[in-house]
Write a protein that binds this ligand. Structure first.
Ligand code: Z5A
Length: 212
């Protein structure tokens, strides 16, 4: 009989546009690698070849998807990502850091765009992989707008929905964090970068006692 390989750790970062998820994931990955961990950084929608094709279809704005089709496309991309990238990495014992996951569908397609949250919760159960820890980066709506403007890139389909949409997204993430308080930690992401990264690492170390 062979021992099953150790299961890694699955950490998701969530929050509105410009909250600093990509920046913080990079810093957390570096901190974990310095502590000898095998780290995989990935993101949604995307993170596997098929899922990246779906990402293009979802973000370009070329198709005005019906709400249900949009939700199902996010979950189709996720199913591919989980099967091809996340589960294999966890099976070999890696720490997987994922920029957005099913909480984003609950917030964007559910809370912010009015989709059926019970159906979304059912699809999340079908995926059958709950994050060990979810860090919700919370920023004020004004900060979101300033950071997106200073980046100077063309807005994607969701970013074009503007401030009232950003406010619904922010409230949605705070609701999800409250409803899943054993795995979610809300981080004040309005603070300067170094302060946010210190909070991100402290929350991670508090959650995984092996890092202490
Ligand atoms: N979406 C969905 O609707 N449903 C789903 O199920 C999923 C996704 C999975 C993906 O876009 C879009 O898909 C997203 C939700 C939707 N909608 N939008 N918009 P994406 O992957 O292209 O982008 P994003 O996830 O929204 O990330 P982002 O806009 O790139 O932001 P971020 O990763 O959170 O932030 P960042 O790139 O690290 O930082 C943004 C800028 O702020 C940058 O210039 C930084 O240098 C600066 N920054 C970051 N932190 C700080 C601090 N603390 N102080 C000052 N400046 C800072």
């Amino acid at each position: 009989m062979t021992d099953s390989p150790p299961r890694g750790r699955f950490i998701t970062l969530e929050g509105g546009e410009g909250a600093g998820k990509s920046t913080q994931i990079g810093l957390l990955a570096e901190a974990l690698r310095q502590r000898g961990r095998d780290v995989v950084v990935t993101r949604e929608p995307g993170g596997a070849p098929g899922a990246d094709i779906l990402r293009g279809l979802l973000l370009s704005g070329d198709v005005a998807w019906s709400p249900q089709a949009e939700t199902l496309l996010h979950f189709a991309a996720r199913a591919e990502h989980v099967a091809k990238t996340i589960r294999p990495a966890l099976a070999r014992g890696a720490w997987v850091l994922c920029d957005r996951y099913y909480d984003s569908t609950m917030v964007y397609q559910g809370h912010a765009l009015g989709g059926d949250v019970a159906q979304i919760a059912e699809l999340a159960r079908m995926i059958d992989l709950v994050p060990d820890l979810t860090l919700v980066l919370d920023v004020a709506v004004d900060t979101t707008a300033q950071r997106l403007a200073s980046r100077g890139q063309a807005a994607d389909r969701y970013e074009r929905l503007g401030a009232p949409f950003f406010a619904r997204v922010r409230d949605g993430f705070l609701t999800v964090a409250q409803q899943n308080s054993t795995r979610c930690v809300v981080i004040d992401a309005n603070a300067p970068l170094s302060r946010v990264s210190a909070s991100v690492f402290a929350a991670t170390r508090d959650h995984f006692t092996e890092l202490a």
